[in-house]
Design a protein around this ligand. Structure first.
Ligand code: PEP
Ligand code: CO
Length: 461
């Protein structure tokens, strides 16, 4: 989706011959809901497999080519969005605000780093969640865990928690309408660099981050004006459109299988057309598990989350299974180690993978291992902990001679109070003011900009 349409780059690559889109059925799939109504479930998936794909193989190859650049430090990956998208929040304002912040962050990072920023949303399909327990206590009642809007409802009543297969189809429709609007915004002028000022939200403009952003936006406007004055055309896609890609955790394998299609324009090859990029979560990345089996056969770029308890040999086996040809851009390892452990556990991982010569986009998820429960009972993350993991990620890569290639954030364009700290110093007692997430706490718009400015300071070339 973007300035240049899909090219034939990478076309002709084939899926492994010992793989089919159903071969994962022979492996153990963790974290799958217990659909009580299997007849409806089968019917929904049959319907889904006849519906149009959400993305096109050419776009997927384009993203992979850009990620190949991030492997060697010629591009930087910015991946962000909700922990869990909420059906009730699939609205134009919500999508627009998230896109705005991602565009702002991309501008900040591009300007500082002097290299293209790959804009990849956790959006248009991030509807299913792995959970550490099958049940949870809500107001003293034990309920089945909420597993994402594509499975059940977060409402704290027993009936709402029963997995409903119709939600899968609803999720597909929500993803399609989200993607449609994103395509309209990014292609139809909204993302034009001429409008760089307009991406600053009203509630951010007067904040320190908003003011820093305004200064940067002014410099960019002046540069564009200068180009126009001396007669350089600015009516080109580079200035007027943004390339924007989508991603989600490939958790519900039935959904992913139903949207997996053989490429009709090149010489075959299977693509999971539910999103441009899919990742495997920390809880489902077993080398002999169904998620790895499924994803090894589709030709999309794949991410894998790596937590602090990783086993080096196991990570190597995973890489070999998912990227046997060591294709650059195919594999992103998203480390989520926690600010306390990152300094100790990241270096051996980087050293070993460097020794093996693996082509990897290294991305930092500073969110998932820094979660704690505040006294108020809210699940939260502290801004300084997030920043501290990011800083350590960059410094460790530089020390080891590897490339810090990207960042993976849970964030939103809204003015939520879910993570503590940041320029406005949100304190525990304020979390209740606007705590909207149905799953993990996200950075709000201002905190997201602050992260971008902090990274900009580190990478300024
Ligand atoms: C997530 O990205 O929302 C998630 C569940 O992450 P992880 O698999 O790293 O815990
Ligand atoms: Co999360």
């Amino acid at each position: 989706m973007g300035a240049t349409m899909g090219t034939a780059r990478g076309a002709g690559k084939q899926s492994p011959t010992d793989w089919t889109k159903t071969s994962w059925h022979n492996f153990t799939a963790l974290q799958q809901p217990n659909w009580p109504d299997t007849e409806t479930y089968d019917q929904v998936l049959a319907n889904l497999s006849r519906l149009p794909p959400l993305v096109f193989a050419g776009e997927i190859r384009e993203l992979k080519a850009m990620l190949a650049k991030a492997v060697v430090g010629d591009a930087f990956l910015l991946q962000g969005g909700d922990c869990s998208e909420d059906f009730s929040q699939v609205t134009a304002p919500k999508i627009r605000e998230t896109l705005k912040v991602l565009l702002q962050m991309a501008v900040i990072l591009t300007y500082a780093g002097g290299k293209p920023v790959i804009k990849l949303g956790r959006i248009a399909g991030q509807f299913a969640k792995p959970r550490s327990a099958d049940t949870e206590m809500v107001n003293g009642v034990e309920l089945s865990s909420y597993r994402g809007d594509m499975v059940n409802s977060p409402d704290p009543v027993m009936a709402a928690r029963i997995p409903d297969p119709n939600r899968i189809l609803q999720g597909y429709n929500m993803a399609a309408s989200t993607l449609n609007l994103l395509r309209a915004y990014t292609r139809g002028g909204f993302a034009a660099l001429h409008r760089v000022h307009a991406w600053n939200q009203e509630f951010v403009v007067q904040s320190p981050m908003g003011r820093s952003y305004e200064r940067l936006a002014k410099q960019i406007s002046q540069a564009i004006q200068f180009m126009e004055t001396i007669g350089i055309a600015t009516d080109n896609p580079q200035i007027n459109q943004a390339q924007f890609f989508t991603s989600h955790e490939a958790l519900l394998l039935g959904y992913e299988e139903a949207l997996t299609r053989e490429d009709s324009t090149a010489s075959g090859g299977w693509y999971d057309c539910s999103a441009h990029m899919l990742w495997i979560g920390e809880r489902t990345r077993q080398v002999d598990g169904a998620h790895v089996e499924f994803l090894r056969g589709v030709l999309n770029p794949i991410g894998v989350k790596i937590g602090p308890d990783y086993d080096l040999e196991n990570v190597k086996r995973l890489i070999t299974a998912l990227n046997p040809d060591n294709e650059a851009g195919r594999l992103t390892l998203i480390t989520r180690l926690g600010m306390k452990k990152v300094e100790k556990v990241l270096p051996p991982l980087l050293r070993e993978m460097k020794k093996e010569g693996f082509n990897i986009v290294w991305s930092c998820d500073p969110m998932h291992a820094n979660t704690y429960t505040a006294e108020s009972g809210h699940k939260t993350r502290n801004f300084n902990d997030i920043l501290s993991e990011i800083t350590c990620f960059f410094e460790t890569h530089w020390a080891e001679g590897t490339i810090p290639g990207g960042i993976h954030l849970e964030m939103t364009g809204d003015n939520v109070t879910e993570c503590t700290g940041g320029a406005r110093n949100i304190v525990d007692a304020e979390l209740a003011n606007n705590y909207m997430t149905t799953c993990d706490p996200r950075l709000n718009a201002e905190q997201s900009l602050e992260v971008a400015f902090q990274i900009a300071d580190m990478i300024r070339s």
